[in-house]
Design a protein around this ligand. Structure first.
Ligand SMILES: [Zn+2]
Length: 296
């Protein structure tokens, strides 16, 4: 069976895996990113990961990384998560160390590609993927055009649509971005606004039965997500929205409230399916594997 290597460079971990033609993970390897040590150290860790997994039957390598990515050339146009990453031709840099082709794309796009290939989005001709984690990632897919990149590789930044004018300050310097209200990390911000206390998301979830403010903080997030989904519907009219990211683990506590909010706020809520993603931690390596298969 044909195989490739998929690599997902996250802020804290580099996940790598041998991916088979059917989308299954044959073998995997994880190492800390140590992003603060800068680009040369991260490149070394990527090459080490490849050397742990490579065999003669591996055809190519796909890499998922955050930021604005020129996927045609493998260049990181802008990324804020690893020092020295902006401007790097990651494809050329890794190809110096291996004899097989290397391909690079944005991590949110590749998570969506994993869902399209073997996950929740298989049957859809077009869909939007939202990743609710520390931030709010977005991908726009249509099988006629592939992923929407925009004119400067800055398209599909769905987390930075303004929901509340002059609202919470975002890491992108805009105020009121959706990322500050409907990312996984927004639960802590909502709770702090109510109580002045800093608690992590899981701690707030644990308090749901005993703490009214925990309930209110989560309810606000769910209602905001419903409002946000109605904007997504009106702009894109997709067959489906797939919601992934670490926060989806807690969906039993907020899913119904979010769907009810969407139905309440959207002018025409019918016709857009809303589904949880199939993959969490493995989405990046599987999507990177699919990229590696598609490009050769
Ligand atoms: Zn923003």
């Amino acid at each position: 069976m044909k195989k490739v290597i998929g690599i997902d460079i996250g802020g804290t971990k580099i996940n790598s895996a041998v991916i088979a033609e059917d989308g299954s993970i044959v073998e995997s390897y994880t190492v800390a990113t140590e992003a603060h040590l800068g680009r040369d150290e991260v490149i070394k860790r990527i090459v080490d990961s490849i050397n742990k997994l490579i065999t003669p039957e591996i055809l190519s390598i796909g890499i998922a990384t955050a930021g604005f990515i020129d996927s045609d050339n493998g260049i990181i146009v802008f990324a804020g998560n690893i020092e020295g990453w902006t401007g790097l031709n990651l494809k050329e840099e890794i190809e110096k160390h291996v004899d097989i082709p290397v391909f690079v794309d944005n991590d949110a796009n590749l998570a969506a590609l994993a869902e399209k290939w073997v996950g929740s989005a298989q049957k859809y001709k077009n869909f939007i993927m939202l990743t609710m984690g520390t931030g709010l990632g977005g991908a726009i897919y249509d099988e006629r055009i592939g992923f929407w990149q925009g004119s400067h590789y800055q398209g599909a930044e769905l987390g930075h649509m303004v929901m509340y004018p002059n609202g919470r300050l975002c890491t992108c310097n805009q105020k009121g971005c959706a990322e500050k209200y409907v990312a996984g990390s927004s639960l802590s911000i909502n709770y702090k606004e109510l109580t002045g206390m800093d608690l992590r998301g899981p701690e707030i979830i644990e308090r749901l039965n005993t703490d009214d403010n925990a309930k209110k903080a989560l309810k606000k997030l769910a209602i905001d997500l419903g409002v946000y989904l109605s904007t997504i519907k009106n702009i894109f009219d997709p067959e489906a929205v797939i919601i992934g990211g670490g926060f989806i683990n807690t969906s039993t506590y907020w899913w119904d409230d979010a769907i009810n909010s969407y139905k309440e706020y959207c002018n025409r809520p019918v016709g857009m399916e809303i589904k949880p993603a199939e993959f969490l931690n493995d989405a990046g390596v599987i999507g990177a594997g699919k990229l590696a298969f598609d490009k050769i």
